[in-house]
Design a protein around this ligand. Structure first.
Ligand code: ZN
Ligand code: ZN
Length: 257
C-alpha cells in the first residue's frame, strides 16, 4: 500500500463532472489517489468547491478568482472570497494569478485581483495557488512584492523553464507539474521535472482540462494523475512509490492537511 497520490489541482465542481462525479471519485480512489483539492475560480465555483469538500472526506477546496474572471471581481466579490476562505475545508487561496495568453480580463484588473487575494492569503494564513500563463515576469514580481514567502504556495500547471522554476523556488513555492509533461512536445518540462528538488515538487491534473498523453482530446480526471506522476518518476529515475509519497507529503504539509 502506498501513501497515495495527491491531485493538488482539480475542478471537480465544474459541469463536466455533474453527471458522474461519484464514478470519477471512485476511479480516483481505485487508482490510489487518496487526496484531491478542488479549485475555485470565482465566487460561484468557490462555493461549489467548498460544498464538495464538505461532503467528501478526501477532497479539500480552495477559493479564488481566476485571472480570466478578474474584470468582474469588484470589492463585494473579493470580500465574499475572503469570507469563504475562512471555511475549515478551505486549504488555500486560488486560483489567482495572471494570464496574458488569453487576456480575457484587462491586465490592470488581473493585477488588482491577484494582489488583493495574495493579501487575503497572508491575512488568513493559507497558501496561494497560482496560475501564470505567458506572464511569468509580472507574476513573479507581484508574488515577491506581496510577500508570498510568508504563506507559501504552488505554481500550478508549471509552464516555464528551469530558470523560471529556480525563481519560483527562491520565492518559496512548490512547482506543480500537470499533463503537459507527458506530451511529446513538452519542451522545457522534462528538464524542469529533473531540476526541481524532491521536497518542492507536486503533481496535478487540472481536470477536466489538460489530460495526459494517452487521453488527449478527452475529459481529464483525477485518476489520470498516476500517469503524470509515473512520467515524472521516469524522468527523474526515481521509484514511483517513493516519489509519490514525497510529493503527497509536500502537498499535505503546504495545505496543512
Ligand atoms: Zn490555471
Ligand atoms: Zn485550474
Amino acid at each position: 500500500m502506498t501513501a497515495g497520490l495527491f491531485d493538488t489541482h482539480a475542478h471537480l465542481h465544474f459541469p463536466d463532472f455533474a453527471d458522474d462525479l461519484p464514478d470519477v471519485l471512485a476511479r480516483a480512489r481505485g487508482a490510489g489517489v487518496t487526496r484531491m483539492v478542488t479549485i475555485g475560480t470565482d465566487v460561484e465555483t468557490s462555493r461549489a468547491a467548498i460544498a464538495i469538500a464538505e461532503r467528501e472526506p478526501d477532497v479539500w477546496a480552495t477559493v479564488g478568482v481566476h485571472p480570466h474572471d478578474a474584470a468582474n471581481a469588484d470589492d463585494a466579490v473579493l470580500d465574499e472570497i475572503e469570507r469563504l476562505a475562512a471555511s475549515p475545508r478551505v486549504v488555500g487561496i486560488g486560483e489567482i494569478g495572471l494570464d496574458y495568453f488569453r487576456n480575457l480580463s484587462p491586465r490592470e484588473d488581473q493585477a488588482r485581483v491577484f494582489s488583493r487575494l495574495l493579501a487575503v492569503a497572508r491575512r488568513i494564513g493559507k497558501p496561494a495557488v497560482i496560475h501564470s500563463r505567458d506572464a511569468h515576469e509580472d507574476t513573479l514580481a507581484l508574488l515577491d512584492s506581496e510577500r508570498v514567502r510568508d504563506v507559501g504556495g504552488i505554481m500550478h500547471c508549471f509552464s516555464g523553464d528551469r530558470e523560471i522554476a529556480r525563481r519560483c523556488l527562491d520565492l518559496g513555492l512548490l512547482i506543480s507539474l500537470a499533463g503537459p509533461v507527458t506530451y511529446p512536445n513538452a519542451r522545457a518540462l522534462p528538464d524542469v521535472a529533473r531540476f526541481v528538488p524532491g521536497d518542492r515538487l507536486v503533481v496535478e491534473t487540472d481536470c477536466p482540462f489538460l489530460p495526459p498523453q494517452p487521453y488527449r482530446g478527452k475529459r481529464n480526471e483525477p485518476a489520470y494523475v498516476t500517469i503524470t506522476a509515473a512520467r515524472v518518476a521516469d524522468l527523474r529515475g526515481e521509484p514511483f512509490e517513493s516519489l509519490t509519497a514525497r510529493m503527497s507529503e509536500n502537498a499535505t504539509t503546504l495545505f496543512r492537511i
